[in-house]
Write a protein that binds this ligand. Structure first.
Ligand SMILES: *Cc1c(COP(=O)(O)O)cnc(C)c1O
Length: 333
């Protein structure tokens, strides 16, 4: 378990760069739920997602002689590591497969990282990361299974409790579980009665399946509106799985249709743009799968999605997610 002091130290480390995101009320969702609903806007981070917190904390914990860092995320973790390495003047190498779209490549290179295109799968890219660590002494930064990363993500929990000590419930989008583990550990160290619930998509939810099985399991990865929640938790998971298993009050699943509806409500009612992954908490409230008994905060984790896709969903058009056809819906409150 990670002690409260580690979260407080992480908060000092990221201060002025990745902390103090807004916590704003949502009048629409509050009326719908019958309790005060607050949105923690990690969309306001310099990289558009919370992953900068953990990346900064992990990079700052490296020994001075470390020549650089490497990882193989194409998404928000890659952005976070690139930004954090630059802020410390370190070399960052982000490895990706040939299948990654140009926009993601450009986005990460614009943050000053070296991007290597290796092979046709994440597995091949990961082999390159391991080779860089072995041959050039780079340090690999895990997206979720690292105590420094978890401590960084958990600073959200400290901010929530200092802003609103009366929170009854915190909803957290759940994938590899670094975010949920960190928030749950920090919050429960301060106030054990606060419920912390992870929310993820029905299609390909590795952490939820692992908690149910009692050990880390693999699930087939399929396309989802919540693409940032895809991927496994690692069969050798050491930190995020045991912490989520011990600390989360529940792990709830939402459908693609519920995610679509929550993206629309956030846009048309709260006037905000966010990724599918970010609205799973709102989807759980709107569907009645989770009931709040007092003030509830949900973490709106990021805003890095394709704006063409966002426009289609808002316009009520059908979208294809792999071989799944998600029907369009014209928004109505
Ligand atoms: C990574 C990510 C998550 C999930 O975080 P984990 O620590 O992997 O559970 C949720 N939302 C967004 C936008 C992310 O990038």
């Amino acid at each position: 378990m990670i002690p409260l002091a580690a979260f407080r130290a992480a908060a000092e480390t990221i201060r002025g760069i990745a902390d103090a995101t807004p916590l704003v009320p949502s009048p629409f969702h509050s009326a719908q739920v019958g309790q005060e609903v607050l949105l923690k806007l990690e969309t306001a981070q310099p990289i558009g997602a919370f992953k900068l917190r953990g990346a900064l904390n992990a990079v700052s914990a490296l020994p001075d002689e470390t020549p650089g860092v490497a990882c193989c995320s194409t998404g928000n973790h890659g952005r976070g590591v690139a930004y954090a390495a630059r802020s410390r003047g370190l070399r960052a190498v982000i490895c990706m497969s040939e299948l990654v779209p140009q926009a993601k490549f450009d986005g990460i290179r614009a943050l000053g990282a070296e991007v290597r295109i290796i092979g046709r799968s994440q597995d091949e890219a990961q082999q390159e990361v391991l080779a860089l660590c072995r041959n050039e002494g780079l340090a690999e930064i895990s997206p979720f299974d690292d105590p420094e990363v978890i401590a960084g993500q958990g600073t959200i929990g400290l901010e929530l409790m200092s802003a609103r000590p009366d929170l009854e419930l915190i909803l957290v989008p759940l994938s590899g579980g670094g975010l949920a583990a960190g928030i749950a550990a920090a919050v429960k160290a301060l106030k054990p009665s606060v419920r912390v619930i992870g929310v993820t998509m029905e299609r390909g939810a590795a952490m939820a399946a692992s908690i149910r099985a009692g050990h880390p399991v693999e699930v087939a990865e399929v396309a989802s509106l919540a693409d940032s929640l895809g991927g496994g938790i690692g069969l050798q998971n050491r930190f995020s799985y045991p912490m989520c298993r011990a600390l989360l009050d529940d792990a709830v699943l939402v459908s693609e249709e519920e995610i679509r509806d929550a993206m629309q409500a956030l846009y048309f009612e709260d006037r905000m743009v966010a990724e599918g992954a970010s609205v799973t908490g709102l989807a759980a409230l709107a569907s009645g799968k989770v009931r709040a008994r007092g003030p509830v905060a949900t973490v709106v984790t990021g805003r890095n999605l394709d704006m063409g896709l966002h426009a289609r969903i808002m316009a009520g058009k059908d979208v294809m997610l792999g071989d799944y056809s998600l029907k369009g819906r014209t928004y109505a409150a």
